[in-house]
Write a new protein. Structure first.
Length: 248
């Protein structure tokens, strides 16, 4: 009976050496016993990569795998390619692989908060589209392109060291906006602009209604013959909408 008791204590000690994170793990005896029970050590709940006395460390999964193969040796514990850390699918958000459309279930596709309960009908202030804004890193080459399509250069101004231009075709105006890093993809228009009158009255109504204001005041700009005044809001699709009155 005494021999059986000693054997049981010895087996329990060997198992403890595999699973406990104590100074005892550093002992040669513990390492030897752990090596003898490698199969059990690999299954130990607290056996982590590079820690403990597990002799086959490469097979020990690490809890809290970040997706980095270096910290997650078992493929079953690694995130699938394209899974993202954040809600929005953007460059740098993914744990592994490239972030592609549809990979982010939490991606924001509409902002209902930007739709006020009491919308403002602007038909009393606007006769329609004034211009659309197009960002480009090559202002002159963009002007040349649209002139080739039949547009004419309506006006061009240096605003705070930046070269802006307006291209005109019939009743359509394109604002060529200097931008060192344009989006360079479909849907890259910067904004749409509505031609308006009585801008101060309209601004107050828009702001009081609860629209998301990009500009907290009406902005005066030295454009056109006598200048212009404008302000921006953000729509529910993150679109930028400008209201602009050309001074007469």
């Amino acid at each position: 009976m005494k021999k059986l008791l000693i054997l049981a204590v010895t087996m329990f000690t060997a198992m403890s050496c595999c699973q406990q994170k104590t100074a005892d793990q550093e002992s040669a005896q513990c390492q030897k016993e752990c090596t003898q029970k490698a199969g059990e050590c690999k299954k130990a709940a607290n056996c982590e990569k590079g820690e403990g006395c597990c002799p086959d460390k490469a097979n020990c999964p690490k809890e809290g795998c970040t997706g980095d193969p270096a910290t997650c040796p078992q493929a079953a514990n690694c995130p699938k390619k394209g899974e993202c850390k954040k809600g929005e699918c953007q460059k740098g958000d993914c744990k592994m692989g490239d972030c592609k459309k549809g990979d982010c279930p939490g991606k924001v596709t509409f902002v209902p908060e930007n739709c006020p309960a009491n919308p403002v009908n602007v038909t009393a202030y606007s006769d329609g589209l004034q211009h659309i804004g197009l960002p480009t890193a090559e202002v002159q080459k963009t002007i040349d392109f649209y002139q080739g399509l039949g547009f004419t250069l309506a006006t061009r101004h240096d605003i705070n060291g930046r070269d802006f231009a307006f291209m005109k075709l019939g009743n359509l105006l394109i604002e060529v906006i200097p931008n060192d890093k344009p989006t360079m993809r479909a849907g890259a228009v910067d904004h749409i602009c509505l031609n308006v009158t009585k801008i101060e009255e309209l601004y107050k109504k828009i702001k009081d209604a609860g629209y998301k204001m990009i500009d907290q005041n009406i902005v005066d700009i030295a454009f056109w013959e006598k200048g212009a005044r404008y302000f921006f809001i953000e729509g529910p699709n993150k679109e930028r909408i400008e209201f602009c009155e050309i001074v007469k």
